[in-house]
Write a protein that binds this ligand. Structure first.
Ligand SMILES: [Fe+2]
Ligand SMILES: [Fe+2]
Length: 209
């Protein structure tokens, strides 16, 4: 059997990071079906800004899970994290496609979101697998909240973006439920508040930049 070099996990993590930030995301499922409708210029800009926020959120989610997977103790936890990260990759690809259709671009600060979230993920996982899984539950709960808000805010005619967000929402609920079933610990309230604050900074910046 091939022996593993001690640096292998770090090289794999660097490879995942570079792909997430710089390579076009690869989707394993087709873009959710939604009729493309004509939007006014103001509506197109609003949809693009919201989809840019969602795209940045997916970059951050992938980075969190990649960071957590690198330092998780058990292979089972690592598998849950990498499986979730892979589905986030579909979300990333769908948001990317939709941004192009809306004649827009992802957030220029994506490398920053990735690095910051990767470090937070590593810190969260260093405290143990149950806390790490609790972090997944809280992240997904907050992402679900954002998606609900965006489903309300999207221009009513933008059925295509709405179809994407609906499937993402179903997946995020699944990620949270899987982590909970695997023994996630409830995070302390101050940490949950800190996560909400960090997410607000990111979503506000990504809306514009
Ligand atoms: Fe996602
Ligand atoms: Fe997720």
């Amino acid at each position: 059997m091939e022996s593993r070099h001690p640096l292998d996990p770090f090289i794999a993590a660097a490879d995942r990071a570079l792909r997430a930030v710089f390579a076009p995301a690869h989707a394993s499922r087709p873009v959710p079906d939604g009729e493309a409708s004509t939007l006014s210029e103001a509506e197109r800009r609003e949809s693009a800004a919201l989809m840019r926020v969602n795209h940045a959120g997916e970059i951050a989610a992938q980075a969190l899970y990649h960071g957590q997977a690198l330092v998780s103790r058990s292979t089972a936890t690592q598998e849950i994290l990498l499986h979730a990260a892979k589905e986030e990759s579909d979300h990333l690809a769908w948001c990317e496609t939709r941004l192009k259709e809306l004649e827009s671009r992802p957030s220029l600060l994506n490398p920053l979101w990735y690095c910051g979230s990767f470090a937070i993920g590593m810190l969260a996982a260093a405290t143990g697998d149950r806390t790490s899984l609790g972090f997944v539950v809280e992240t997904e709960r907050q992402v679900e909240g954002h998606l609900n808000e965006h489903l309300e805010r999207l221009p009513s005619g933008d059925t295509r973006s709405r179809a994407i967000l609906n499937v993402m929402r179903t997946d995020e609920i699944g990620h949270g439920a899987t982590a909970k079933a695997a023994g996630a610990a409830e995070l302390p309230a101050p940490l949950r508040a800190l996560m909400r604050h960090a997410a607000r900074v990111m979503t506000t910046a990504a809306y514009w930049i």
